[in-house]
Design a protein around this ligand. Structure first.
Ligand code: ADP
Ligand code: ZN
Length: 610
């Protein structure tokens, strides 16, 4: 703290004196000081031309009265001569006089200016080196956004509706409590855990709960906190953070808003301006590689935009463990509400299940908000318990707030999404070459898609046959076709599906020689695409005829598949309805449940030979 004050004060003194010096220099330009003999000086006194005199041990400085009509005052100096009558004369001629103890202004100013400057320079070099304990590091430590909690006091009971994430984090807790147990057999514990999910789903809370459960200190800092500071400081703070953490190990370091710090580094040096962030990011990577997991330091980070993170951060040995913290489903919401209602006096008619059903798309933070708002509303009107009507009103208020941020879906939108996802799922279950459906969800994800159908491959695949590719294409078109059949209208929600579908069809024709018309030839140039790399585009000039053929072949594949999918879904329309209704009701349907629902009588299809 003291160093920090010295630092600030010396900057102020430095600035003040700089201004002063500049001012005086400017002054000197307008009023050059003239050296005159002592006799002339005496003459000026006699003529009443002097306004003020400053006497030092060796010189005398005089300021002349301004001449008529002029504002500028002239200065003179003269070498001092032993003259006992001088003071008397000055008094007689009403000249203001004073004395100084050294050679004059210039010299004293120089000293005044020089000392703080030296202090300032010393401080600056220490800061830039970032030596622990040096000037700015104490500033770093006392900055509010690095936050150290010896015991967070948060437990897993405080976090609800994220059972899968909790399950995965149990291992981390166990390790923090007992680092030796894991190392005994030479096992390696993950260094970095990345929590991925929309804002307000409880990522910070989860990280705190891990620290709380393991009873270890919790260091937290926001990614943006690293970046705001000036040159060299971000990297120094990273070093300092790790040094502090290693001292307190076992412990957890939590970096919120990882994307602010970990954005992809610029490929070219032209970018400028981001250098500071990149230095900081590089330092983080260096520290991550350097620190010893044996000591029991675990890094956790949170982001809602994993796609923009620098791949270097996600490499093995860094943030290689990713945990999805998704928006809660209806059951999860019920559990979260229960957590937040623990200390609230509930009225008789309150049914938490109903509140959960009324709040699709809400995240934990929204639900906490609802409970709090309801309690305040009830208190305002003087009730002695929080009734259902207070909750209803609180929900409406929170929805109104969210609507402004465009986070709430209308019922109609939900229906469209339910049918869209059901379309994907039904097609996936009725074509032989697609991966089985693991889960369907219409909980808005906030990250990318609105809903999703998760397919899990049953085996690792390195080769795909033509009919398998066609089946994948069919699954991708399933969402859009379902919308067409039910609503006779198409929404923008299928854009990503269509892009991927088109890419598959293009690859089939261009890369894999799977078109009969064009034969076993490839039509690309330069860099070869990765296996099934989507979005790959060729740059070679192709003849107009060939280009047209390629386009026609791609079109044919997509159109034929579209017809095929329409056939599948029309035949299974009643199942499409049942599934969509179930989804609207439950928001999430697991793969097994889906298969039970449609078992036996689904008209499964053989892969066609287009
Ligand atoms: P994130 O870090 O994902 O943005 P936070 O952890 O900061 O979200 O959550 C903000 C607040 O919302 C928490 O302090 C808590 O009160 C509430 N909350 C969020 N998710 C949950 C949850 N799963 N269970 C209980 N409370 C939650
Ligand atoms: Zn889709």
């Amino acid at each position: 703290m003291i160093k920090r004050h010295i630092f600030r004060i010396s900057i102020l003194v430095f600035l003040f004196l700089t201004v002063l010096t500049i001012h005086r220099d400017a002054f000197a330009v307008f009023s050059a000081t003239e050296k005159i003999p002592y006799s002339d000086f005496k003459g000026l006194i006699q003529q009443n031309s002097l306004e003020e005199v400053i006497i030092s041990p060796t010189t005398i400085k005089g300021i002349l009265k301004p001449e008529e009509g002029q504002k500028i005052k002239k200065n003179i100096t003269t070498v001092k001569i032993e003259d006992p009558d001088l003071i008397k004369e000055l008094i007689a001629h009403k000249v203001k006089f004073s004395a100084t103890t050294n050679g004059g202004w210039g010299q004293s100013l120089f000293l005044l200016w020089f000392i703080p400057m030296i202090i300032f320079l010393i401080m600056m070099t220490r800061i830039r080196r970032g030596a622990p304990g040096a000037g700015l590091m104490s500033i770093g430590k006392s900055r509010a956004n690095l936050y150290i909690d010896k015991d967070t006091g948060v437990t897993f009971d405080d976090v609800a509706g994220v059972d899968e994430a909790k399950e995965e984090l149990k291992e981390v807790i166990d390790y923090l409590q007992n680092p030796q147990k894991y190392q005994r057999l030479g096992g390696k514990i993950p260094k970095g855990v990345l929590l991925v999910g929309p804002t307000g789903t409880g990522k910070t809370l989860l990280a705190k709960a891990v620290a709380g459960e393991a009873k270890v200190p919790f260091f937290s800092i926001s990614g943006s906190g690293f970046v705001e500071m000036f040159v060299g400081v971000g990297a120094a703070r990273v070093r300092d953070l790790f040094a502090q953490a290693q001292e307190k190990a076992p412990c957890i370091i939590f970096i919120d808003e990882m994307d602010a710090l970990g954005k992809v580094r610029a490929a070219s040096p032209v970018s400028g301006g981001h250098e500071e962030r990149e230095n900081t990011l590089n330092q983080l990577l260096v520290e991550m590689d350097g620190f010893d997991t044996k000591k029991g330091v675990i890094l956790m980070a949170a982001t809602n935009r994993p796609e923009i993170l620098d791949p270097a951060l996600l490499r093995p040995g860094r943030f290689d463990r990713h945990i999805l913290v998704d928006r809660p489903d209806i059951k999860g919401r019920e559990e979260i509400l229960k957590v937040h209602c623990k200390n609230v006096k509930l009225g008789k008619g309150v049914d938490i299940k109903v509140i959960a059903a009324r709040t699709p798309g809400f995240v934990g933070a929204d639900l906490a908000n609802v409970v709090n708002e309801a309690a305040l509303l009830a208190a305002r009107v003087g009730k002695d318990a929080v009734g259902m009507e207070s909750f209803e009103e609180a929900i409406n208020r929170v929805i109104a707030g969210l609507e402004k941020k465009k986070k709430v879906m209308s019922r109609k939108e939900q229906e469209i999404i339910a049918y869209h996802e059901s379309g994907h799922a039904l097609v996936a279950e009725s074509v032989p070459g697609a991966d089985k459906v693991h889960r369907i969800s219409i909980i808005p994800r906030g990250i990318s898609a609105l809903g999703y159908t998760l397919q899990l491959p049953t085996e690792d695949r390195y080769l795909l046959t033509r009919s398998e590719l066609l089946d994948r294409l069919a699954v991708l078109l399933g969402g859009r076709v379902a919308e067409e059949i039910i609503f006779h209208e198409i929404s923008t929600g299928a854009q990503n599906d269509l892009e991927r579908a088109t890419d598959i069809a293009m690859s089939m024709v261009r890369e894999y020689g799977m078109s009969e018309k064009l034969g076993p030839m490839t039509f690309h140039n330069g860099r070869r695409p990765q296996f099934l790399e989507l979005g790959y585009r060729t740059s070679r000039e192709l003849s107009e005829d060939v280009s047209k053929d390629i386009d026609n072949e791609v079109k044919k594949i997509v159109f034929d598949t579209h017809t095929r999918v329409k056939g599948i879904l029309t035949e299974n329309k009643d199942r499409l309805d049942t599934l969509a209704k179930l989804l609207l009701e439950k928001e999430v349907v697991e793969g097994d449940e889906l298969r039970k629902l449609i078992s036996g009588n689904v008209t499964t299809q053989k892969s066609p030979h287009l």
